[in-house]
Design a protein around this ligand. Structure first.
Ligand code: MN
Length: 251
C-alpha cells in the first residue's frame, strides 16, 4: 500500500511527524508532501497566479510553497504519477476540525483533493484547548487502529473521512464513534485594534467550538464526551430535500 501524507500546518509541524510515524507502522511506502509554511484555514484553494516548486527535503519527503490542495495535486499528478498512492492521510491538525471548521479547513481540503483525484483519504485533527498542551500522544496511540478499522469498513468514491481525537489522554478515550457534522458553532468573534498610525485592524477566527456541548450524534458531542469522532463527508454538497422542493416549485 502506497501512502501519501500531507497537512495544512506545514512541513515542520509536529502533527505531521505523528501521522508519518503511524503511516510507516502500516506501510513501508510512505511519501510526505506538505506545505512549506502554515496553511491553516486555506480551505480548498489552489494556487493559480504564481509558480510552485516541489522541494525535496529528504528521502520521500517534499515541501511545496503552496496550499494543501497544491501539495496533493502535485504529489498525485507529478511525483507519484506512475504509481498513485492508495491512501492519502492528512494531518494531524493542531486543533479540532468539527462542524463549520470543515468548510475552512486545509487539512480536510487535502483529503478532498485526494478524493477528487480518486484516492481514498482520511483527515485527522487533535482537539486541544487554547493555551494548553496538545495531546499528540492521544492521536499517536489511536491512529493505527482508527486507520485499520476504517480501511476494513471501506467507503464509496467521493466520500472522505474526517477524524477528530478528543482532548484527553489516550487511556481516557472511550472509543471510536461515527458522528455527523455539527452546525451549531458561531464564528462571530474578532479582535479590533488600532495600529501605531491610528488605523483600525482586525484579527478574526477566535471562536472556539469546544465551548459548546454539541447536539447528540455530532462530531462536537463525540469529542466532548471523550470519543474519537469519525465523520464521513460527501463532496456532493447538494441538499437533496431542498432540491426536490425547488424542482417542484420551479416547474
Ligand atoms: Mn491547521
Amino acid at each position: 500500500m502506497r501512502v501519501l501524507v500531507s497537512n495544512d500546518d506545514g512541513i515542520l509541524a509536529p502533527g505531521l511527524r505523528v501521522l508519518e510515524k503511524a503511516a510507516r507502522s502500516l506501510s513501508d511506502d510512505v511519501w510526505v508532501v506538505a506545505p512549506e509554511t502554515e496553511q491553516s484555514a486555506a480551505s480548498h484553494s489552489l494556487t493559480l497566479h504564481r509558480p510552485l516548486s516541489l522541494r525535496k527535503v529528504s528521502t520521500r519527503r517534499y515541501a511545496v510553497n503552496g496550499t494543501p490542495t497544491d501539495c496533493v495535486y502535485l504529489a498525485v499528478n507529478r511525483l507519484l504519477a506512475i504509481h498513485h498512492p492508495d491512501l492519502v492521510l492528512s494531518g494531524v491538525n493542531r486543533g479540532s476540525n468539527v462542524g463549520e471548521d470543515v468548510t475552512y479547513s486545509g487539512t480536510i481540503a487535502a483529503a478532498m483533493e485526494a478524493t477528487l483525484l480518486g484516492v481514498k483519504a482520511i483527515a485527522f485533527s487533535q482537539v486541544y484547548e487554547d493555551g494548553h498542551k496538545i495531546r499528540w500522544a492521544t492521536a499517536a496511540a489511536w491512529l493505527p487502529r482508527v486507520i485499520k478499522r476504517l480501511l476494513k469498513s471501506d467507503w464509496p468514491r467521493h466520500v472522505l473521512m474526517n477524524v477528530n481525537f478528543p482532548d484527553c489522554t489516550a487511556d481516557a478515550v472511550k472509543g471510536i464513534r461515527a458522528s455527523s457534522q455539527s452546525l451549531e458553532e458561531v464564528g462571530d468573534l474578532f479582535d479590533e485594534r488600532v495600529d501605531p498610525r491610528g488605523r483600525t485592524y482586525y484579527w478574526v477566527g477566535m471562536a472556539r467550538a469546544e465551548a459548546l456541548p454539541g447536539r447528540p450524534g455530532t462530531d462536537l458531542r463525540a469529542v466532548n464526551e471523550g470519543y474519537v469522532s469519525v465523520t464521513p463527508l460527501h463532496l456532493d454538497l447538494t441538499h437533496s430535500v431542498t432540491l426536490k422542493r425547488l424542482q417542484a416549485s420551479l416547474r
